[in-house]
Design a protein around this ligand. Structure first.
Ligand SMILES: C[S@@+](CC[C@H](N)C(=O)[O-])C[C@H]1O[C@@H](n2cnc3c(N)ncnc32)[C@H](O)[C@@H]1O
Length: 274
């Protein structure tokens, strides 16, 4: 299936801004990818100097996504995934994990960065039994995202929405809670929400310095949220109940390897819609 880019006009590479760092490309650099530019690597290195664990943090966040999707497919029986803020393809992507459990899993990817759109082909290699689609769309327009996702997913059946390392790019005055509410409200009972979110209540001043370095340069500024606020805003207020082990750092969520004790300035949770 070709990327669903019906509302996009022109060549995505013409929209790629290589003069300022972008979150998707800096993240790709930390994950060891090659889809990044000098401006992205410069900021990535600058943040790493302030907070040397940033690469481990990015990888722990990605590993959480992998375990959360595997859990949702395997234990919760979810067959439909809506992954918003997908980032550069980094194997295993959501569809590889989900279809590794259930070949008929259907996945819709969403990102608003033209650099991700330019690489979307790698996100579309579905099994014949399942499906993959890519939307060049913005989380801040949840109604549009759902309407377009509904062309590939059956929104009358449970869907797992994965917001991995994206919500901290939505500021409070952009109504982060309202956005997530509008995404989850139309979905049926038995749907799930998985989130990972940057915080400033873990890691002390080094983390805050790194976040300031990020906000001075990058196109999309970071709004870290502490554990209580994260839990209140995106789970309690929306009536969603986090599954075990609740709200923890990514490496602590159902780990599949021994923990090394390192702290990661992120909170993650997976919750079921009752
Ligand atoms: C830090 S990366 C995370 C990528 C991936 N989820 C992962 O965990 O490896 C954040 C992604 O969110 C995307 N993003 C940020 N704001 C967005 C928005 N308002 N709508 C859609 N995508 C957005 C960025 O382009 C980037 O690809």
């Amino acid at each position: 299936m070709a990327p669903d880019t019906a509302e996009h006009v022109g060549n995505p590479s013409e929209r790629i801004d290589t003069t300022r760092p972008h979150s998707a490309r800096v993240w790709d650099y930390w994950l060891g990818g090659k889809d990044n530019y000098a401006v992205d690597r410069d900021l990535g290195d600058q943040v790493e100097r302030a907070f040397p664990h940033v690469v481990a943090m990015a990888r722990a966040g990605r590993a959480f996504m992998r375990r959360a999707v595997a859990h949702l497919a395997e234990d919760a029986g979810i067959r439909q995934f809506l992954d918003v803020g997908t980032g550069m393809p980094t194997s295993p992507n959501v569809h590889e994990v989900a279809q590794g459990v259930a070949r008929d899993a259907r996945v819709v990817y969403v990102d608003n960065d033209p650099a991700v759109l330019a690489h979307a082909r790698a996100l579309l290699a579905s099994t014949p039994e399942g499906s993959c689609a890519y939307l060049d769309a913005d989380l801040r327009e949840p109604g549009k995202v759902l309407a377009r996702a509904g062309r590939s997913l059956d929104l009358g059946k449970p869907v797992a929405v994965t917001l991995i390392s994206i919500l901290h790019f939505i500021e409070d005055d952009e109504d982060a809670v309202g956005i997530v509410r509008r995404l989850m409200e139309p979905l049926p009972s038995g749907s799930y929400l998985a989130i990972s979110h940057g915080t400033d209540d873990v890691g002390g001043p080094a983390v805050r310095n790194a976040q300031e370095a990020w906000n001075r340069t990058v196109v999309t500024p970071l709004t870290p949220r502490g554990r209580e606020r994260f839990t209140e805003l995106f789970f309690t207020r929306l009536g969603l109940e986090p599954v075990e082990p609740g709200i923890v750092q990514p490496q602590q969520w159902r780990p599949d390897a021994p923990l090394d004790g390192a702290e990661v300035p992120y909170w993650v949770g997976v919750a079921r819609k009752p």
